[in-house]
Design a protein. Structure first.
Length: 242
């Protein structure tokens, strides 16, 4: 590892770009392979994504396809999402391997926990979005009235569902970013604690704006963890600064 650090420390700018390009191509190849695997296991993935809808309305949870290309578009969309989702650990690992040699010894010590934490929170956000989507569908079905029978277009349904999982996953990186800013001394735990009221209001507004379904259950499922993450990041920042 020390030889690796020494070698990368002496790299020219063009060599750094070449190294970044090499790692990018490796991650792209892995993502492509995983997307192909997702394409093969598409029926299982579709059933998994359809499950919240079938929980709400078991008798009418078949998708309505009106375009001959909808089936192909849906399969490609799910395959790409599967490749990106399952490939996330590899992307973070290569980012860590690329950045670590340029960090100081103290900063390098936190690199691996940050990568693991990023993965944990990202997939945690995806799981929360998946679990709450049943309530989202219930709300959207009920808000239209009992005289409507829902037959969703699969591409529109999956676009909403996948977008929610992606947004929840990215938003759940909030505590990782806050702790990183505290370690970099951009903000201090004391500053964050002093402005907690404004931060909570900002989180509430942010949760209402960013939730694509605009239903109260999704907003609440996003807002509450972010508030908890905010105060947890303050406590963790205090511990790390001791």
């Amino acid at each position: 590892m020390s030889r690796f650090r020494d070698a990368t420390a002496g790299m020219t700018l063009s060599q750094h770009f070449a190294e970044a390009r090499r790692r990018f191509l490796i991650c792209l190849a892995i993502t492509t392979v995983l997307a192909i695997v997702s394409f093969v296991i598409y029926p299982s993935l579709l059933k998994l994504l359809q499950h919240p809808y079938c929980q709400v309305d078991p008798k009418h949870c078949n998708f309505l396809v009106t375009n001959p290309l909808d089936g192909l578009t849906l399969r490609v969309k799910i395959s790409l999402f599967g490749g990106l989702l399952f490939g996330a650990p590899f992307w973070l690992w290569h980012v860590w391997r690329f950045v670590t040699p340029g960090l100081k010894a103290r900063e390098r010590r936190y690199a691996l926990p940050f990568v693991l934490g990023s993965l944990l929170f990202f997939f945690g956000g995806v799981v929360v979005a998946y679990l709450v989507f049943k309530k989202t569908i219930q709300f959207l079905v009920a808000i239209g009235g009992s005289s409507l029978t829902s037959y969703y277009n699969p591409n529109q349904y999956l676009t909403l569902f996948l977008l929610m999982m992606l947004l929840f996953g990215l938003t759940f990186e909030f505590p990782v970013v806050l702790v990183a800013l505290e370690l970099a001394r951009v903000v201090s735990p004391a500053q964050l604690l002093r402005s907690w009221r404004y931060s909570v209001i900002a989180i509430v507004v942010f949760s209402g704006v960013i939730t694509p379904s605009s239903d109260p259950f999704s907003m609440f499922a996003l807002m509450v963890p972010l508030v908890v993450f905010y105060f947890t990041a303050i406590g963790l920042g205090k511990l790390l600064h001791r």
